[in-house]
Design a protein around this ligand. Sequence first.
Ligand code: SAH
Length: 238
Amino acid sequence: MRKISHSQHRLAATLDIQGCGMTSQRTRNRLVKRLQIQGIQHPYILHAFRYVPRHLFVDEALASRAYEDSSLPIGYGQTISQPYIVARMTELLLQQHDAKRRLDNVLEIGTGSGYQAAILGALVKTLHSVEIIPQLHHSAKQLLLALGYRNIYLHQSNGNWGWESAAPYDAIMATAAPEKVPNSLLQQLKVGGILIIPIGKQGRTQYLHAIQRTSKTDYQTTLHNSVQFVPFTRQSQR
Ligand code: SAH
């Protein structure tokens, strides 16, 4: 398997330092096998799952469940997404794109635990990720720094406005579900760029949407998996 980034080397080193040892590596390998069976094929994505220590992104009391294929609570009424959905959204985000060239500039809305950011950070050049809950923003920031990431920029803000100062983006991923796509996210995409976002009412079936900006004014939408995400907070003034 080819190496995917310097951050992966640092991650591997951090794992040794923290003494997470072979058990976690073995369980991560099992997780990767499951993802392959579920249809995830992209070798770099599988590689990222092999190395990012998901158990560090959940509360210690839940660490033993970190490699199950389920979402888990991360406090403040929020959840870390199920690994398959993290992998699937990452696959959709990378789909349009030439595998030899890493995506330059990517935005995530909903940092949460920071796990999806860690996976994306291993695959793209620069990742900006916005989180509305200050406590989650701070703990994700500490963890990603400790894991050695230097290409992930975390911001505490309402992602309803996107993150204008680093726009436009090659790709945007939202990990909370609005009922309707926020206009700012569409505006902050490059032409050719893609937005991956779950859309739908709470308690109803939501679908992953892949929305590609095909020109300055046109967008093309494809519907994918049915999912269940926490709400995308729309309120609050700029
Ligand atoms: N990607 C996260 C998933 C966390 S759940 C992970 O890997 O753990 C979704 C997150 O979106 C929550 O932390 C929630 O606080 C955040 N969120 C919801 N609405 C938001 C908004 N408008 N702006 C920024 N973050 C938002």
